[in-house]
Design a protein. Structure first.
Length: 185
């Protein structure tokens, strides 16, 4: 009987050892599982972070590309700005020459030649985006006009352009030269 009890005791010890081993095995597998979950979460966070970085960089590059395209177009539009600005006094001289001809001389060949050259030059500059300002009779606007002097005028002309001393021009919608005007006060 003692042998049987010893055998039972050994069996119980073996079972207990097996149970302990199973518990430890479970703990190891659950700790492996939790460390794997932890690692998975870390990788997901890193993936989200890298994805966010990528989207920001892509957006920044896209904005850069759009900005450089716009700057390039603006540069092309205004590349001839200096040349056109230098030609404005020549255009003014042609206008003065045309005004100097009296009506009886307006039929002369010289007048027709000057008028032809003026029209060709003006049309060429217009194709490049040059537009004259219509200032006469409009309200004085510091964005387009430079007041040379004020003169007494009636109430209907108060604050309006009474005379244009030098014509103003726009190039592609931007002021190239301010109109020099006389303002009624």
């Amino acid at each position: 009987m003692v042998q049987k009890k010893e055998k039972d005791l050994k069996d119980i010890e073996k079972e207990t050892a097996k149970k302990e081993e199973a518990k430890q095995s479970k703990k190891r597998s659950s700790s492996k599982k939790s460390s794997a979950d932890k690692k998975l979460n870390e990788l997901k966070e890193k993936n989200d972070e890298l994805n966010d970085k990528f989207l920001r960089l892509y957006s920044e590059f896209d904005n850069y590309r759009k900005r450089t395209i716009k700057e390039k177009m603006d540069l092309q539009k205004s590349a001839s700005r200096d040349l056109i600005d230098d030609l404005l006094p020549v255009l003014d001289d042609f206008e003065r020459a045309l005004q100097a001809f009296t009506e009886d001389k307006a039929d002369s060949e010289v007048f027709k030649g000057i008028e032809l050259i003026y029209n060709k030059l003006f049309n060429l500059l217009s194709q490049k985006g040059l537009e004259p300002m219509n200032s006469m009779g409009t309200d004085f606007n510091t964005d387009y006009h430079e007041a040379i002097t004020n003169i007494e005028a009636g109430d209907e002309l108060k604050g309006k352009v009474v005379d244009v001393i030098q014509k103003g021009y726009l190039l592609n919608g931007k002021v190239l030269r301010f109109a020099k005007v006389v303002v009624g006060s």
